[in-house]
Design a protein around this ligand. Structure first.
Ligand SMILES: C[S@@+](CC[C@H](N)C(=O)[O-])C[C@H]1O[C@@H](n2cnc3c(N)ncnc32)[C@H](O)[C@@H]1O
Length: 280
């Protein structure tokens, strides 16, 4: 079945009324988004920074970032909101099923589509080295890396996920990470993408510290996209909290996922993304 265009009008926070198409729920309906319309929905400065990133000359980051392995953490002791479930799911072999680290398999096609959206919007391609922070089973970044040709690295705090991802995915490399410190030297990546992870740090101050570490491993001019925030139980940080955040040397903004993308996992009505680019 083709895309069922409902032609709903959404008043975006930029004040631009934009027609978006809404898919019927069939995975085959997951279509490319209109990149220009997406950029118009962002604050002008952020849209400009993303365009600059997408059109920069090829990155000089051509070697694989070394992965500095740690000793591992007990996930339950790491002040990570509701993350012990990921160890349980990994032990139950959930990476072998479409649901991966999620509660329901119906999120699977949307997750893959979302990684493609991130790649399209950021203009990722063979000249980029990309980190997927909280990669889970690593399937989504692996598929996007194969399709878009960028060099990919996935990290997760659950060692069993990293082992599974290394064994089953050939288009990306994976390594374990401490939840509070990425195992890479400064300025190792052109872009950092992440879906359903940042909120596990639990609270705006902790999320800000997490983003500071992501900024550390991003090269100047690089961009990050933290998706599916504000949707899970216990996530106290709202989109409006992030709209009031100012980080020196960084251009930052948010999107409401259902309004701007037309869909998100479980159609979560409060899900939002935080996007940012580091100044050159
Ligand atoms: C809901 S899953 C999302 C997996 C994948 N990104 C996706 O969209 O399917 C969240 C993953 O983030 C990992 N995670 C949570 N907090 C993390 C942190 N601070 N650092 C690294 N990984 C983290 C969990 O172990 C889990 O595998």
């Amino acid at each position: 079945m083709g895309i069922r265009v409902l032609g709903i009008f959404v008043l975006l926070h930029s004040g631009v009324a934009l027609t978006i198409s809404k898919a019927s729920g069939n995975p085959a309906d997951l279509h490319k988004i209109d990149r220009n319309a997406f950029l118009k929905a962002l604050p002008n400065k952020l849209a400009h920074a993303i365009e600059q990133f997408a059109h920069q000359p090829p990155s000089t980051l051509r070697s694989d970032p070394p992965c500095l392995e740690g000793d591992g953490v007990n996930v339950s002791d790491g002040n990570i909101l509701r993350a012990d479930r990921y160890e349980e799911r990994a032990e139950k072999g959930r990476c072998d099923a479409p649901q991966g680290m999620w509660a329901h398999s119906r999120s699977a096609p949307i997750r893959k589509w979302k990684y493609a959206v991130m790649a399209d919007v950021l203009g990722l391609g063979p000249t980029h080295t990309v980190l997927d922070w909280g990669t889970g089973c690593g399937t989504e970044i692996n598929t996007a890396a194969a399709e878009y040709g960028f060099k990919a690295m996935g990290v997760d705090l659950v060692k069993a996920n990293v082992a599974w991802a290394q064994q089953h995915n050939s288009n990306a490399k994976y390594c374990w990470t401490d939840p509070h410190r990425l195992p890479f030297p400064d300025e190792s990546f052109d872009a950092v993408v992440s879906n359903a992870v940042l909120y596990h740090l639990d609270g705006l101050d902790n999320e800000l510290q997490g983003v500071q570490d992501i900024l550390r491993v991003l090269r100047p001019g690089g961009c990050g996209w933290m998706a599916w925030l504000g949707a899970d139980h216990g996530d106290r940080v709202k989109q409006s909290d992030w709209n009031n955040v100012h980080i020196p040397g960084v251009t930052l903004g948010t999107i409401h996922e259902m309004s701007t993308l037309g869909r998100t996992e479980y159609k979560s009505p409060t899900a939002y993304s935080v996007l940012f680019c580091k100044d050159t």
